[in-house]
Design a protein around this ligand. Structure first.
Ligand SMILES: NC(=O)c1ccc[n+]([C@@H]2O[C@H](COP(=O)([O-])OP(=O)(O)OC[C@H]3O[C@@H](n4cnc5c(N)ncnc54)[C@H](OP(=O)(O)O)[C@@H]3O)[C@@H](O)[C@H]2O)c1
Length: 253
């Protein structure tokens, strides 16, 4: 993908990975708009020169209104990144987890589908374009404290595969970004192995710039998760990661 001449919308671009990739695409020469809910973050990004759109991906009306506003301002839009996501832990022995499960699925999975549905007619009409979906190493190697998160990301992986097959021959590509733990959203405080955001973004932009663009953007740090099942390390790694369940009350052992 030529990163210097795209017109990109990053939904979930108000912080973390999305905001950094917005800056990287802009630095490479592309035109970039970002969406998210935080008015403060949107104002700060508008001051940096980005087009900004208040959007809640859990609300179909909000997604539809933003689609119309984005296409009115950027009729040449060719790249849509579905970055919005929440990363919540859930103790499945406590029924109160259900609210987190619902929020996770509605944002990460149904929100992704809402955004893709909103922009599919436009990209099909252009006969060229790219959806970049966002999953996680956890889609391929569950982290037991985050069950609905793992389920949502495994689902977005499967959805991305099916979407790619359905759009085959239309000129619209589907690229799946699969981050490992990256030092954003509080990860830096709890996970000493989280990749620095800067290093991660540099590797992502290098991989995205390949021609043809890979179907999956796999930085080196995620290969262990992505291929655990194939490599026969899956059971041991899940057991190791289950030790983190000690974070929940009454599970110290
Ligand atoms: N950091 C990691 O270790 C890691 C690893 C693997 C995958 N990922 C994935 O990468 C993506 C970005 O994560 P991040 O680490 O950069 O976290 P982050 O800083 O918390 O970013 C999440 C983004 O999603 C947006 N968002 C959340 N709920 C939304 C909603 N209802 N409507 C619209 N936007 C919403 C947030 O914007 P507002 O709050 O302004 O709405 C923000 O821009 C997520 O999909 C995450 O699952 C992250």
């Amino acid at each position: 993908m030529d990163l210097s001449n795209r017109t990109v919308l990053i939904v979930g671009g108000t912080s973390g990975i999305g905001r950094e990739l917005a800056r990287r695409f802009a630095a490479a020469g592309s035109t970039v708009a970002v969406g998210g809910r935080s008015p403060e973050a949107l104002s700060a990004l508008a001051a940096e020169g980005f087009g900004t759109f208040g959007i809640d991906v859990t609300d179909g009306a909000s997604v539809g209104a933003v689609r119309d506003a984005v296409l009115a301002r950027y009729p040449e839009l060719d790249t849509v990144v579905t970055m919005s996501g929440v990363m919540l832990t859930e103790d499945l022995r406590d029924p109160a987890h259900f609210g987190a499960a619902e929020a996770t699925i509605d944002t990460n999975l149904v929100g992704t589908i809402r955004v893709i549905d909103a922009f599919t007619p436009h990209l099909l009409g252009r006969g060229a374009g790219t959806f970049i979906t966002v999953t996680s190493g956890i889609a391929f190697l569950p982290f037991p404290p985050m069950p609905s998160y793992a389920a949502s990301k495994a689902a977005v992986h499967a959805y991305s595969e099916a979407l790619r097959a359905q759009l085959d021959g239309t000129g619209v590509d589907v690229v799946e970004l699969v981050p490992p733990a990256v030092a954003t959203a509080g990860q830096e405080k709890v996970n000493p192995h989280a990749l620095p955001l800067d290093d991660f973004a540099t590797e992502v932009m290098q991989l995205l710039s390949a021609n043809p663009t890979p179907r999956e953007i796999l930085v080196k740090g995620v290969l262990m998760h992505r291929w655990a099942e194939r490599d026969g390390t899956y059971a041991d790694l899940v057991a190791q990661r289950a030790k983190a369940l000690s974070m929940f009350p009454g599970r110290e052992g």
